[in-house]
Design a binder for this molecule. Sequence first.
Ligand code: MG
Length: 218
Amino acid sequence: MSEQFIHTDGTILPVGIIYCIGRNYAEHAKEMGGELLAEPVVFIKPATAHAMSGSKVPIPSYSNNMHHEVELVVVIGKDCNNVSESEAMEYVSGYGVGIDFTLRDVQAKAKASGLPWATAKSFYSSAPVSNIVTIDSIADINNCYIELNVNGKIVQSGNTSDMQRSVPQLISYISHVFRLRKGDCIFTGTPQGVGQVVSGDKLEAKLDNVITLNIEIE
Ligand code: MG
């Protein structure tokens, strides 16, 4: 079975390209020693990075430091080219909560030598996402609570109101540069509090207490 976004209203979309935004929350940019930038930081994961809630996620053998980054995920329901911010939300099929798993040691090496991040960010199962709720399930997507628990303890919490770029701004930007397709999604960046996961850890991510994602580290 190929990777799918399963919506609470029964809609099923094959997972397309997973777009990820870096440094979208000021406090996370600060903890990584970086600054907010004038243009969005965008990278891509393939559909094979997708994993369902309830999955076990393996740590790749070439890393000793895999980090969690909990993020709001926006799923695109219709093809979307050069769309304006005011029209952007018409192309959304729903929302989920996801974890942008990152091999921090591999990423640090790539950053230091000016090389791409693909092996640090885009490996198998590096982008688990919850089931997808329809857009009317979330009262205000630009003011929405996001949380990650590891082994029952809260390690990340934030609010989408702290994003430097809002959901419609991100959709508009990506639709101009890449053109979005039905089944693509956007990981919208992580709030502060990223940290290492180890084998056996149990992760529970939540968006506004409406959606939950459960992952175990293999
Ligand atoms: Mg991220």
